[in-house]
Design a binder for this molecule. Structure first.
Ligand SMILES: C[S@@+](CC[C@H](N)C(=O)[O-])C[C@H]1O[C@@H](n2cnc3c(N)ncnc32)[C@H](O)[C@@H]1O
Length: 201
């Protein structure tokens, strides 16, 4: 993290991924290129999702909160929540939120299935379960490599998505698309083709 005497003006944190990632301790910062959504991708995801004032967004597997905090900064009239299973990452997200003085983001510790998805108008999913398939892809050493777990999480997300009303919008980044029910259609693709915007029809 930056030293106390290294001051960064409020908006400057978002001027580059390199600077933004300095909000986090070294052991989490080194994971950024593989595990945390780049600022430009978060901005583009929101341009595709096109939320309105008062909309509520959920990041399913929010990590250190980089996606949520970027959205909260550039879309101050929406509310965004993140659900994350690792307490160290939730603590890092809350610390970064305090440094940025962001009010419209909240972070919850737990499994994504504990969240009430019906409260949200928009969802974001950055391939959170892939780490169960390839343990080397995990952001910690205690991760369990298990295709069963990957399939179980995908099925749970599939069922949750299936239960949501027509019109719900979801952005995926590096998704295997196994979790997507057939009534979700791709309506836009980012300049990085791994970013896709889906609408339930
Ligand atoms: C690829 S990272 C993405 C982080 C964040 N969404 C971003 O875009 O910067 C996926 C995160 O999902 C979390 N995750 C995986 N399975 C989860 C589950 N069942 N419930 C909650 N979080 C989960 C992981 O711990 C990891 O931090």
């Amino acid at each position: 993290m930056l030293n106390k005497d290294q001051v960064v003006a409020d908006n400057d944190w978002f001027s580059s991924d390199l600077l933004f990632d300095k909000l986090y301790p070294e052991n989490l910062r080194v994971l950024a290129s593989r595990h945390w959504t780049p600022i430009a991708i978060a901005k583009q995801a929101m341009a595709l999702l096109a939320p309105k004032q008062g909309d509520r967004i959920l990041d399913i597997g929010s990590g250190v909160g980089k996606f949520c905090l970027t959205v909260a900064q550039f879309y101050p009239l929406v509310e965004i929540d993140g659900i994350e299973q690792r307490s160290e990452l939730v603590a890092a997200a809350q610390q970064a939120k305090a440094t940025l003085a962001i009010k419209n983001a909240a972070f919850f510790l737990g499994d994504f299935t504990e969240m009430d998805f019906t409260k949200y108008t928009h969802l974001y999913f950055f391939n959170s379960f892939y780490e169960n398939l390839i343990a080397q892809d995990s952001n910690d050493a205690n991760n369990i490599e298990s295709a069963d777990l990957f399939n179980k999480h995908n099925r749970k997300l599939y069922k949750l998505l299936k239960s949501l009303p027509v019109g719900i919008r979801l952005a995926t980044y590096h998704s295997t698309e196994n979790e997507m029910p057939a009534d979700y259609h791709i309506v836009a693709v980012g300049t990085d083709e791994e970013l896709k915007c889906w609408v339930k029809v």
